[in-house]
Design a protein. Sequence first.
Length: 245
Amino acid sequence: MNRLDGKRALITGGTSGIGLEAARQFLAEGARVAVTGTSPAGIEATRAEFGDGVTVIRADAGDVAGQRSIAEAVDRALGGLDVLFVNAGVGDFRPLERWDEAGFDRSVAVNLKGPFFLIQALLPFLANPASIVLNTSINAHIGMPSSSVYAATKAGLLSLARTLSGELLPRGIRVNAISPGPIATPLHGKIGMGEAEIAGLVARIPAGRRGEPGEIAKAAVFLASDEAAFTIGSELIIDGGMSTL
């Protein structure tokens, strides 16, 4: 299928996990794609995989001043933008007593503040019509221990899907959200989860497994496409039934 034929798309955090799979899916659907990433190894691997087929931009999702540079780089590479998939994020999970201000501020910057100002910076370059997809989290809905700051940032991002829908729709910009449950990406290893901890997490998912990055990427393709033209300010919960417990 070519549901994104000719569309110009930016995927933040597009060099690993869900973002990387989304880049593959968007390309397969006919889009021209730019991605951002922070890890030098991830950036190099992404460039090696896609060559000149994808524009790779090194960027810090939490650097507010740098969001304008991202917008300008995307405009130079693609000549405007039809789709923005805000996927970059940081997962920092700690019990309440272990939080400090620096860690709190970093989570807010990467997961909420940076995305907000990226959208602002991209406004002059977004087409009419255009689609913004925000990758939030099921943690915005459930009371998982040690997820207080992460969940709060994702709840804020989810709120933006609603408020910005009302504000930007007159400009032809749709805003929607995806709230994944646990997905089989490198994140769980990065936050120190071993096999036993992952098994305990899976035990809380009625589907009996973690989701796959492609399952989230396909949802992003739908929301980015014209098939979702009547889908505005909505949230797709993709969590294997976790939030139903």
